[in-house]
Structure formats: structure tokens, C-alpha cells
Design a protein around this ligand. Structure first.
Ligand code: NAI
Length: 340
């Protein structure tokens, strides 16, 4: 019997997941949808043969829903995640797990009370083939001991003209880098401090956003992580990462496209959106999540991973407001979340 999924949040990300489930992912079907925008939700429900349920909490409780997927706005993730866990249902929550570390801790509390892992966070880069290969190279010791990570996260412009604030650079976008860096250099090597530096801002980002921003992190093992987030880079969607070790360096490849030489230029395409760059990762992420729900053992990014990323984002905010290097004080990882 297919896994019956109830979906909360049918905007850009939600529709992308729903279309993947409908067209390329076997073993699951979307049976119910909800969105604060009723007309969008009804249209999506019709397109995938699901029922529109006006109250998200009724959707979570519905007998037609075995597992809940959440792709609504960031501040709503905590309430829906806790409600789904308390209902004993598996839940896939888009990143960020919560926009505050305290919210993540409340979700972890609910999950530990439930007695087993029920939640996975949408840190989809862990399912991207290029990041997985980079991780293997590092884990094999090919570049020796990791010392430094350089990474850039650049968007052509925010999707759908969404309004972005300065805090969202860390809470919404760089959370991917905070998480994937641990995946690359070792999940146990957690962060101990963060500094956010704001250079001169782009002329195109509006008054509520400082853009780009630079973040410098230090890990328990002394690895230094240097990150750039740039929402309005205006030339494409460009994700880069290089890990420097004591024997060599390893980098994420640039997606390859036909090279054209003409009029004194040597050019190839840069993809414009996250959907194109990471299309395969979103499919693998859902395939593996659905298989793990059917086996009853969730192995993907956990609420602990969501908490670590949100705690770093909170330290970045404090650093932006104070201009200081801010210590990151995490709680000890509960045994419940320790990886075997
Ligand atoms: P969006 O604005 O296109 O869609 C969000 C939808 O949530 C809207 O349709 C809105 O009406 C709905 N919504 C807001 N509050 C709600 C509530 N209380 N109840 C029900 N529906 C509600 O935004 P987008 O880009 O789809 O992002 C949604 C989430 O997905 C965000 O948390 C974002 O961080 C995450 N995301 C993750 C990505 C990834 O790479 N893993 C990529 C893009 C987005």
C-alpha cells in the first residue's frame, strides 16, 4: 500500500515535492493538502488528486494521512512538526526546522517523548551526488585532515520575488552550509563560534537586507569555515565548496554545460535556480525518506541536525547586531540522536 502523505504548504517548494511524488517517486501518494492560500491549495489538490483540508491540524489528524510533509513558511514549522509528532506520525519538515534554536529544542523534546525518531529535516544537499562524492573523498583521507572550508551560496535573486530580511541570510539560506559542512568534515565536529561580517551592500537588495554577508565559523576540532551568502548576485544560482586538507584540497564540481567560444568569449551556462541545480537531490531525498518511513527507521537529517544549524544562525544574528565573535553553546547531543 502506498504511503499516504498530507502536505502543508503548497508554494514553490511544496509544489516541487508534490510533482516529484506524483511523477517519479513510487510508493507514495499525496492524499491531502493544506495552504493558508486556499485557492493555491485547491488548485494543487486538484492537480494531484488529493483532498483539500482547510485546517492544517485536521490534516495532521486525518485517517487518510500516514505521514506529514511541511513546506509552509519558516515560523510555522515548529507548531506543525510538534503536532504531527504528538499524533505519532512521521514528518518531513523543510529547512529550517525552526527559525529559533529554542523551537528546535521543543521539537526534539516532543520526539524524544514519542520514543522513536519520527522527523526528518529537508537538508537535501546530503542527498546530492556531488556532495556525497566530496564527502567520500574526505572520509577516505585523500586530502588528509580537513583544515579549512570555503563555500559560497549565491542566488540570481530570491525565488518569486520573496521578501528577504538580513536575519534570513543565516536562518533560511546558510543553514544549508551549516549542515552540509558537518556532513563533509564529520557530524561530530560541532561549531564553537560564529562571526558575521557585512561588507558594502549591493544596490539591488532593498533596505531590509544586507547583501552579501560573510560568516566565519570555528569548530571544536579547529576547522575554520568561511561562507558567503549573496541573494542578489544577479548572474545565476551558484553553489561552491572547497575543503582544504593537509594533503590537498577537494571541491564540489561546477555543473557542466556545453562550452561556446564566440566573439572573444569562452562561455557556458550557469543554472538560474535551485530546482535545476539540485533537481536530482530532491528526488533522492524523498525516495530515501519514503523507503525509511516504510521500514520504520528514519536515517536522514534529524532534529538534532536542525537544532545545530538554527543555533549557528542565532549566533550569526547576535554577531551581526553586536559586531562580536559569538560563542555557540549547544546542549550535549542526547543519546537519542547519536549516530551509530
Ligand atoms: P512559498 O512562499 O512559495 O510557499 C510557502 C507556502 O506556505 C505559501 O503558499 C503560504 O501560503 C503557505 N503558508 C504560510 N503559512 C502557512 C500556514 N500557517 N499554514 C498553511 N500554509 C501556510 O515558499 P517556498 O519557497 O515554497 O518555501 C517554503 C518552505 O520551504 C520554506 O520554509 C523554505 O525555507 C523551504 N525551502 C527549502 C528549500 C530547500 O532547498 N530545502 C528550497 C526552497 C524552500
Amino acid at each position: 500500500m502506498p504511503l499516504r502523505i498530507g502536505f502543508i504548504g503548497t508554494g514553490g517548494m511544496g509544489q516541487h515535492h508534490i510533482e516529484n511524488i506524483r511523477s517519479v517517486i513510487p510508493g507514495a501518494q499525496v492524499t491531502a493538502v493544506n495552504d493558508a492560500d486556499e485557492s493555491v491549495a485547491r488548485a494543487v489538490a486538484q492537480s494531484c488528486g488529493a483532498r483539500y483540508i482547510p485546517d492544517p491540524y485536521d490534516l495532521i489528524r486525518s485517517d487518510e494521512v500516514d505521514a506529514v510533509m511541511i513546506a509552509s513558511w519558516d515560523p510555522t514549522h515548529e507548531g506543525f512538526s510538534v503536532a504531527a509528532i504528538e499524533e505519532g506520525k512521521y514528518v518531513f519538515c523543510e529547512k529550517p526546522l525552526s527559525d529559533t534554536p529554542e523551537g528546535c529544542l521543543r521539537i526534539m523534546e516532543a520526539e524524544q517523548k514519542a520514543g522513536k525518531r519520527l522527523l526528518q529535516v529537508g537538508f537535501m544537499r546530503r542527498f546530492d551526488a556531488d556532495y556525497r562524492e566530496l564527502r567520500e573523498v574526505i572520509a577516505r583521507g585523500d586530502i588528509g585532515i580537513p583544515l579549512v572550508v570555503h563555500a559560497q551560496h549565491r542566488n540570481l535573486a530570491p525565488a518569486g520575488g520573496a521578501k528577504i530580511t538580513s536575519d534570513m541570510s543565516a536562518t533560511n539560506a546558510l543553514v544549508h552550509e551549516f549542515d552540509i559542512t558537518r556532513f563533509l568534515i564529520g557530524d561530530d565536529d560541532t561549531y564553537i563560534s560564529a562571526q558575521l561580517v557585512a561588507p558594502r551592500s549591493s544596490r539591488f537588495c532593498g533596505d531590509d537586507l544586507i547583501d552579501p554577508q560573510l560568516v566565519y565559523l570555528e569548530t571544536k576540532n579547529g576547522v575554520r569555515v568561511e561562507l558567503e551568502i549573496f541573494w542578489y548576485c544577479r548572474y545565476g544560482y551558484d553553489i561552491r565548496c572547497e575543503v582544504v586538507g593537509d594533503l590537498g584540497t577537494a571541491s564540489l564540481p561546477t555543473p557542466s554545460h556545453t562550452v561556446v567560444r564566440r566573439d572573444g568569449l569562452h562561455a557556458s551556462k550557469i543554472v538560474p535556480t535551485w530546482q535545476e541545480r539540485f533537481g536530482g537531490a530532491y528526488v533522492t531525498e524523498l525516495r530515501e525518506w519514503i523507503a525509511s518511513v516504510q521500514e520504520g527507521v528514519i536515517t536522514g537529517p534529524s532534529a538534532w541536525d536542525g537544532y545545530v544549524a538554527s543555533a549557528v544562525a542565532a549566533a550569526c544574528r547576535k554577531s551581526r547586531l553586536t559586531g562580536q565573535i559569538v560563542p555557540i553553546e549547544l546542549i550535549d547531543c542526547p543519546a537519542f540522536y547519536k549516530k551509530p
